[in-house]
Design a protein around this ligand. Structure first.
Ligand code: HEM
Length: 133
């Protein structure tokens, strides 16, 4: 072997897949990633809700201000979003705890339970909408 030759020869015909458009996550992976994201959003939401609670308890004027904030469409929408994300985190969290106990561990049952969790969250989200509007 000559010294100028590369030590490792890379096969030109090896499979390469960097086209992200062709990569699809399974629904179980999507449920899992979104669960972590929903946990972080829930954590941030605590700050917003505590701020609102603090304002409403500070004085009668503060209470009126807090009520005024909640009346606006934008804040109502945020409240609906917070409740929906919390519902998702709890529903998928319970699914996760059940998996820790040995349920839904197979691909098929895991896929099914993820779909059921999405459906339950959708119903709870609708109910949250009815609650805040
Ligand atoms: C204030 C309320 C909550 C906050 C801020 C919160 C936040 C979080 C965060 C940030 C994670 C991600 C941790 C990680 O992936 O490293 C997490 C995971 C988890 N949460 Fe919550 N959570 C809350 C309430 C709940 C509730 C009520 C449940 C009940 C079902 C729950 C069940 C879980 C479970 C099972 C995990 C682990 C998921 C995993 O291992 O992938 N959480 N939570």
């Amino acid at each position: 072997m000559e010294l100028s030759e590369p030590l490792v020869k890379v096969k030109k015909s090896r499979p390469v897949n960097l086209d992200l458009q062709t990569i699809r996550f399974p629904i179980t992976a999507i449920a899992s990633i979104m669960h972590r994201v929903s946990g972080v959003i829930t954590f941030v939401s605590i700050g917003i809700l505590l701020w609102l609670l603090n304002l409403s308890l500070s004085s009668p004027i503060g209470f009126a201000q807090a009520a005024d904030h909640i009346d606006g469409f934008f804040v109502t929408f945020i409240m609906w979003g917070i409740l929906t994300v919390l519902a998702y985190h709890i529903v998928v969290g319970i699914r996760h705890l059940m998996m820790d106990m040995g349920y839904f561990e197979e691909l098929e049952s895991g896929t099914h339970s993820a779909k059921v969790a999405f459906a339950i969250t959708a119903v709870l989200s609708l109910l949250a909408g009815v609650l805040v509007w």
